[in-house]
Design a binder for this molecule. Structure first.
Ligand SMILES: [Zn+2]
Length: 89
């Protein structure tokens, strides 16, 4: 794959979440960052239900770590970005 902002720095490019802030350990954005989202979509392309389960568990863990804040909805952040698939019944 050709990455737009590919860096040649070896080491972590896993875009893994850093608790307790739940920021990306690679790019520092709120997790799941854009890069992680596209990776997850590719990784779970054949099994979107499992992706929802995975993100749900991340959401539950983040809800324990992050203080409640009225301005942000964790569900939107962790799950709301998933493309809808209206053909799934
Ligand atoms: Zn990232």
């Amino acid at each position: 794959m050709t990455g737009a902002a590919e860096s040649s720095v070896s080491g972590t490019d896993e875009h893994a979440p850093l608790a307790p802030g739940w920021t990306c350990d690679t790019c520092g954005a709120d997790w799941p960052c854009a890069a992680k989202r596209s990776r997850l979509l590719a990784e779970y392309r054949a099994d979107r239900a499992m992706l929802s389960v995975y993100l749900g568990s991340c959401l539950a863990a983040a809800a324990q770590d992050l203080p409640p804040s009225p301005g942000t909805c964790l569900q939107d952040r962790f799950i709301g970005w998933l493309p809808r698939n209206p053909r799934v019944s």
